[in-house]
Design a protein around this ligand. Sequence first.
Ligand SMILES: [Zn+2]
Length: 509
Amino acid sequence: MKSDMSSRHRGDLAGKLLHLRAPARIVISVSEEAACSGAGQHLTWMLVNLLARQSDEVQEMVLRIPPNVPVHPRLSPLLPEVGTLDESLGAGIARIAPGLLAPKDGARCTVGVRVGPGPIPEGDWRLSTTAAGWAGSVATAPTDRAPAGNNPVGAYVAACLCAGEVFKYVRGMADDAGHMAERLWLSAATLRTAPDEGPCLPVGEAPAAILVGVGAVGSAFLHTLYGIESVSSRLTLLDNDAAGVDVTNLNRYVLFALEHLGRPKASTAQHLFSPSHSWCLESFDTSWQQWMQRQPREAPPPRLVLSAVDKNVHRHAIQTSLPRLVLGASTDGMRAQVNLYDVLDGGPCLGCFAPAEREPADKEMLERLRALPESERRARAAQAGFHAEDIERFIAEPQKNCGVLSGEALRKFTGALEDKEWSVGFVSVLAGVLLAAEYLKLAIREETIVRALNSRDNLYRFQFLRPVAASNTTAQNPYDTSCTVCIGQSLRENVALVWPTREQWPKDF
Ligand SMILES: [Zn+2]
């Protein structure tokens, strides 16, 4: 299989997606009000950031941005902080998809997108998008609402919804697989499909937290916080992916660009935040398990963990370390999900309905590697930052050269394409943005705030294929009566021993 930026979303998702209208030309015009507002700039940047990563679907992008509008500082670590908005966006796109703005022949369709009020550009499919506070929208008719304020949360929600509709139109869906959105709002404040703007962004301290997993969801979480300077906190970033950022990651990793290929995820993300940023980050390119082993024996377990890992074995390891509260986000095909795990209130744990995966043995991986043509092995070696000769030596004499590739790195190298599940940028980014929203709500002290996720409603799902379905709502996720982590293992009793004051959440967080 061809290994490139679209590898991970190229498949048909069990027959739901087609290949009808790609490649497309996308024309994005931005209203004056949207271009001049922080939220409008956040929306426009995240929209082009996501669309530039749909390399199969989008072959050309045309930007119509009002001239001479200064770019807002701290929009993204991928954008220059001075200059005009159109220059800055152009520089950001060039770091992800060089040449995307150059005119090309051969587009099979044109999609017109208007950011903010005003006429939608001509096209085979036409969309408007806007944002208000914590809510974002996409519609097939023009909007009369201009993005206002500087909240990136609703702006990024809008960008995800709009990039999702572009993707659904350009790819095409099987008859019964889903439907397009006509007029859709989604609020990260209330987790309802409604234009609920939510409260002002919090000001002051957010609780210290450990972010585990700086992949697609984790990097979207961090990108959301990057644009928020009214809040500060200490965040510890952990990710142990030995091969670092690879090209198939880049369809979803909105914090990273081509120059980050091969770089470790956690420490690279930390370096993208300047030391003067309000978020104080530290990073470790290690797993949760390795990081916990280094903590002093007398130290209490971490109070708040943000789980953006994609393997259940890591979820189990986090949970058995007895954190007080876990917020988690994940994806499944075209569905984004965010969870609250409060085991002291009788809720599920991270291991519930999440059995540990069976990892293929190194021997099995070696056989798979041997079965590949040498040219494919060499291509993968170059991509993953290995010397091709080292890989060939390893295959010839694995015992003698076992230090070259083993464990996680070997699995990643051999199985990166075959084993990885289907995933696409706007779904991962929505999951990361909703995780950031739930985290930011912990910094809002007002008693009146509606906590959309709580001990009763501890789960929210949004299915992009069916954006107005009744199932896109908060729900109670029960605990799993056959869970190997929390049933019969005294997990709840041990958490209660470590964290004896139950009312600590949400008041004291
Ligand atoms: Zn459980």
